[in-house]
Every structure is written in structure tokens, then in C-alpha cells.
Design a protein around this ligand. Structure first.
Ligand code: ADP
Ligand code: G3P
Length: 579
């Protein structure tokens, strides 16, 4: 048995380390113990691993009979921060580093990232985490491969000649495309798209972001006309840059099918770009370089790190962050689900190897695609645009505290929401409602209302929307979920998780090691490079120390609160119609 040190519950917090914008993840890390030996001294460069049945996970035997512990690195590029974690063969993180970067909101509804800052934050995380790893007595050469997981839909465009971005990335919750979406929805063919790609037409996917850029940014249009426009989601951009960008011979421009399934350009069944989808958005594939779609786990497709301390280490796994969290929670069987409370909140429900197109407001997406003859696995997804970002909004815009955890403390300072309901529709409302013309709206304010009520209503908003998603999922899948596995930054809030159990009436099951998103990408890479052979090898991963929140609220009370939420959702409609 390995020993995992007690987690520091504040590890996701905005704890500044050494005065820099880096976050302290160290509380979750496993310290070396007798059961988790440091690297073996007889490390060989020329190494052809093979597994023996008696060897524990993550230990491979070399051709000359030596045994070596392998580790897998994982880049987790999220909406608010970048991280690099190094996992051992038991699926425990042994070293990590996290950096918050700047989110840009240049106009109301606009949300951007600097693509170069995304890359530099990742590179810095790799360097720092490796320093900690080496300090623990391990060696860089113990890292067998690297996985990448990332915020999805966020759209990056660059010049394929120079490898430099043409403008800031448009981030997934950005709503600048709402007028364009209204226009596209009016077209007759719009109703047939979802059957092909699994996504409803909204401001959310990459397709509308790319169309908007082509219509509104001259440098992008010019690059398109001259055939030097490269498009990608964050995975493609990072893989391209980490492989050396335009200088690589040849440049590596790929995406995995989980990320591609978020663009609205990919056909869910063929796993390739679909001409009808590209045509609908006016994209001429001879003018724009689209990333090649490959499986999520592969030792060669994603190339190798071209420079820095991990030079020549293969990138062998790639998953969109929500798919990755499902993998990190080992949700490998149909009927298993997870809900990840990060910037947004995303419930993925494994439906097996045939996609299910939702009739009740959910998305159909690729859950994971491990290749090598395995069939891809699909999921139904309930996407909530605002979860942790609602908490950050109270902290950053209204000074309700200095750290996210203080929002939970404020919410705990009042016994209930005092009649306040906050529909956090900053990007309209996503699943299962898809109300583009809603805006954030607070209902029920009186002289009695204080910060505690607003904080509580903010946490409750995600829990109510999750319940609405669960109801839709039950109708689509004809299956009632018995337990909700959770993770992500906001799942650190016990109050929020208890509220979630109360309003859904089912137990909420939270792992002790909540870096499941990063773990998923490590699993994808580790499977491709022999650290784990089969999903079976992972069944003990992240099982220890889980906390289960049982529903405690009277059912009638939960029903009353949910009904009021439904009323507030209806009343939040129609704010942007005249824009
Ligand atoms: N203790 C806490 N209470 C409430 N919210 C929290 C807490 N800890 C973290 N968060 C929220 O979690 C979010 C970050 O979660 P994370 O999973 O890192 O997101 P992402 O991958 O989108 O960057 C932030 O929005 C933050 O406000
Ligand atoms: O930043 P997160 O973790 O909320 O995830 C972002 C999603 O991938 C957007 O679809």
C-alpha cells in the first residue's frame, strides 16, 4: 500500500508562493515512503520495457532483467491556471506546480487568453515541478511519457509560416458570437447539425468562434486567403508549440477526438471532419489548416517535447479536460458519471460505444478514444458555463473575500439563502436550458439580504443546474444515477457538495486526490507507453479516502427550492434580445 499524505484542503486556493502567481498544490502530494522507492540506480538509456504479471503497476522490467519505476507527467491547461503533475504507477501525484494566468475580459461578454502566456505558463510549471521531483531523489529520465489535458472549445489561430498567434484565443464561455449564432440558427440546415456532431448550435463550440474571427479580424482573414491560417483548440496549440512550432520538421498539428468533438466540425461516428459541418460554417478546408484527428492515447502521433528539461520525452496522451476527469475517476463502464466543478461545471455520463443524441438539452461527446483496436467511448454531457467562475466573480469583482474558500465561509454564515436566487447566466445559460438571451440575474433581494445570502445563492446555482441536468440525463438514458462522483476546485467546498447531495437527493462521492483531470491525461499517456497495460490495471487508482455526502435535507424543502430556481430561470430570459 502506498501512503498519501493528508490533503491540504486549501490547495486550489489563490495561495501565492514565493511572491509569484503560482499556487500551492504540495498538500496533495505523496511523499516517498518505503513502499514507493526512489528511482533505482541502474537506470538504462536503451530500454525496451515489458510487463511481467508479478510486477506492480508502473514498474517495468527491462530486457536485461532490471526493474524500473516509471512516472508519467501530465500538463493540465485549464481556464484559470496551468499545472504540471508527475504521477507514479499507483496513480498518485509525487510532484507538481500550478500557475494562474491572466483572464482577459476586454468587453462585456468577451473572454480571451494570450496563447503565448498559455505556453509559457505550461513550460514554467514543467520546470518547477521537475525541480521538486528531482529534489525528492528521482530523475528526469524516470518520466516515461507526458499527457496533455486542456480547457475545450477555446479557439487559437496562428500563422503556419511563423508559428505565432494571429490574435488572442477566444475562450469557451465568450458570447461575442451571439448575433452570428442567431443568424445561423435561422438557416434551415441548422436543425440537422446536432445529429452529426452531437452539439447544439450556440456560442459555445469552436466553429462559431472561428467563423467570427474570419469575419471580424483582418489578419485572420488574410492568412486564410493566403493559405497560412492554422486553427486549433488549446491541445493542438500546446502540442504544436511543445514540438517546436513552425521550426519542427515537420510541424506537429494534431488534436485528439475528444477535443475535436467540441469544435462542431467533427462527425461523431466517423471521427473525421465532416464537409457538411465545415460548409455550414463557411470553412473552406483547403484554406485553413485543421489539426489531424487522432486517438487520445498513442505513443507517436503527438510527437516529442522539443526543448527544455523534458526534451525528447514523448507526448503520448491527450484528452479534453472533462473527458480526462471521467478517465481519472475511472468511469470506464456505461452508466458511470462524474461532475467536475471548475470554472464551469460539466457532468459526463458514459453511454458506451454508440453515441446517444440527446432530446433533452444535453450534448453528445467523445468520452475517450484509446485507439489500438479499442472502440471509442461516448458520453452524454451536461455543461454549465458558470461554477467556480461565479465564486471568483464575487471575490474579484465585488471583494466578497480574498480567496475562493471565503465564499464558502460567507455562505456558511447564514442558515439559508434568505429567499435569494442567483441565475449565474454570465454566458447565457448552457445545459439543459440553452437560453442565449439570458444574463446573470439575482432575484429575491430585500433589506434582509446580506453577502452571506448572495454567496450561498451563488453556490446553489451550480447545484440546481446540475439537478436539471441529471433530470435530463435520466430521460435520455432511462437510467437513474445512484451516486454522483465529483471533483474540481469548487468541489473543495463541503457546503457546496452537501447542497448538491440535498438538492439532487443522491449521495455525492468526492475523491481525496481531486486532480482527476490531470490523472486522466497521465492514464492516456501511460497506457500508450506501457506504464499500464489495460484499464483493469487502474481499478485501485484513486479509490482510498473518498468522502461521501449523504442527502440530509427534507425532500419537500429541496423540491420547493428547485421549483423557485426554475421560476428564476424563466424570468432571466430575454435580456439581450434588442442587442
Ligand atoms: N474552497 C473553495 N470554495 C469555493 N470555490 C473554490 C474553492 N477552491 C477553489 N474554488 C474554485 O474552483 C475554481 C478552480 O477550479 P479548477 O478545477 O482549478 O478550475 P479550472 O480547471 O477551470 O481552472 C475557481 O473558480 C475557484 O473559485
Ligand atoms: O475550465 P474548466 O475546468 O471549467 O473546463 C472548461 C471546459 O473544458 C469547457 O468546455
Amino acid at each position: 500500500m502506498v501512503h498519501i499524505t493528508e490533503l491540504n484542503p486549501a490547495r486550489f486556493e489563490d495561495t501565492l508562493v514565493n511572491g509569484g502567481p503560482s499556487l500551492n498544490l504540495d498538500g496533495l502530494l505523496m511523499k516517498p515512503t518505503a513502499a514507493t522507492p526512489r528511482r533505482l540506480p541502474d537506470d538504462t538509456a536503451d530500454f525496451h520495457p515489458h510487463h511481467e504479471d508479478h510486477l506492480p503497476r508502473g514498474i517495468l522490467e527491462t530486457d536485461d532483467g532490471k526493474k524500473q519505476h516509471w512516472f508519467v507527467g501530465s500538463i493540465d491547461q485549464g481556464t484559470t491556471s496551468s499545472r504540471f503533475l508527475i504521477f507514479n504507477g499507483e496513480g498518485d501525484p509525487v510532484a507538481s506546480h500550478q500557475i494562474e494566468f491572466e483572464n482577459l475580459y476586454p468587453k462585456s461578454g468577451w473572454h480571451e487568453h494570450d496563447p503565448l502566456e498559455l505556453v509559457s505558463s505550461v513550460e514554467q510549471c514543467i520546470e518547477e515541478a521537475l525541480r521538486k521531483f528531482v529534489d525528492l531523489g528521482y530523475s528526469k529520465s524516470d518520466i516515461r511519457s507526458i499527457g496533455i489535458t486542456n480547457q475545450r472549445e477555446t479557439t487559437v489561430v496562428w500563422d503556419s509560416n511563423t508559428g505565432e498567434p494571429l490574435c488572442n484565443a477566444i475562450v469557451w464561455p465568450d458570447t461575442r458570437t451571439s448575433a452570428l449564432v442567431r443568424e445561423l440558427k435561422a438557416r434551415e440546415e441548422s436543425s440537422s447539425l446536432m445529429e452529426l456532431c452531437g452539439l447544439p448550435l450556440s456560442t459555445y463550440p469552436s466553429s462559431v468562434k472561428l467563423s467570427w474571427l474570419l469575419q471580424n479580424v483582418d489578419s485572420v482573414k488574410q492568412a486564410y486567403d493566403e493559405g497560412r491560417l492554422a486553427f486549433g483548440t488549446v491541445d493542438s496549440w500546446l502540442i504544436y508549440k511543445l514540438n517546436g512550432g513552425a521550426k519542427a520538421d515537420p510541424p506537429v498539428h494534431v488534436t485528439d477526438s475528444t477535443n475535436a468533438s467540441r469544435t462542431m466540425f467533427m462527425n461523431l461516428r466517423t471521427m473525421q471532419y465532416d464537409d457538411k459541418l465545415l460548409g455550414f460554417f463557411g470553412i473552406d478546408k483547403t484554406k485553413v489548416q485543421l489539426p489531424k484527428i487522432v486517438p487520445s492515447s498513442d505513443p507517436e502521433c503527438f510527437g516529442k517535447i522539443a526543448s527544455g528539461p523534458l526534451i525528447n520525452v514523448p507526448i503520448a496522451g491527450c484528452l479534453g479536460d472533462q473527458s480526462s476527469a471521467l478517465v481519472g475517476q475511472c468511469g470506464f463502464s456505461p452508466g458511470q458519471a462524474k461532475n467536475t466543478y471548475g470554472t464551469g461545471c460539466f457532468l459526463l455520463y458514459n453511454v458506451g460505444d454508440e453515441p446517444v443524441i440527446s432530446k433533452y438539452g444535453l450534448l453528445s461527446t467523445v468520452a475517450y478514444d484509446f485507439g489500438r483496436g479499442r472502440k471509442p467511448v461516448y458520453a452524454l454531457e451536461g455543461s454549465i458555463a458558470v461554477a467556480g467562475s461565479g465564486v471568483k466573480f464575487l471575490v474579484n469583482n465585488f471583494g466578497f473575500g480574498k480567496e475562493s474558500s471565503e465564499i464558502t465561509s460567507l455562505a456558511e454564515s447564514v442558515p439559508d439563502n434568505g429567499g435569494v436566487v442567483f441565475v449565474t447566466a454570465f454566458s447565457g445559460l448552457f445545459a439543459p436550458y440553452w437560453i442565449d438571451d439570458a444574463k446573470g440575474t439575482i432575484f429575491g433581494i430585500t433589506q434582509h439580504t446580506n453577502k452571506g445570502h448572495i454567496a450561498r445563492a451563488t453556490l446553489e446555482a451550480t447545484c440546481f443546474q446540475t439537478r436539471a441536468i441529471l433530470e435530463a440525463m435520466e430521460k435520455d438514458s432511462k437510467h437513474k444515477l445512484e451516486t454522483l462522483a465529483v471533483d474540481g476546485g469548487l468541489s473543495n467546498s463541503d457546503l457546496c457538495m452537501q447542497t448538491q447531495a440535498d438538492v439532487t437527493g443522491i449521495p455525492v462521492d468526492r475523491p481525496r486526490m481531486r486532480e482527476t483531470t490531470a490523472l486522466g491525461a497521465a492514464i492516456a499517456a501511460g497506457l500508450a507507453t506501457g506504464v499500464w497495460r489495460e484499464l483493469e490495471d487502474l481499478k485501485e487508482v484513486n479509490r482510498n479516502g473518498r468522502k461521501v455526502f449523504q442527502p440530509q435535507m427534507e425532500k419537500a424543502q429541496a423540491e420547493r427550492m428547485f421549483k423557485k430556481w426554475g421560476k428564476a430561470v424563466e424570468m432571466s430570459r430575454g435580456w439581450v434580445q434588442e442587442d
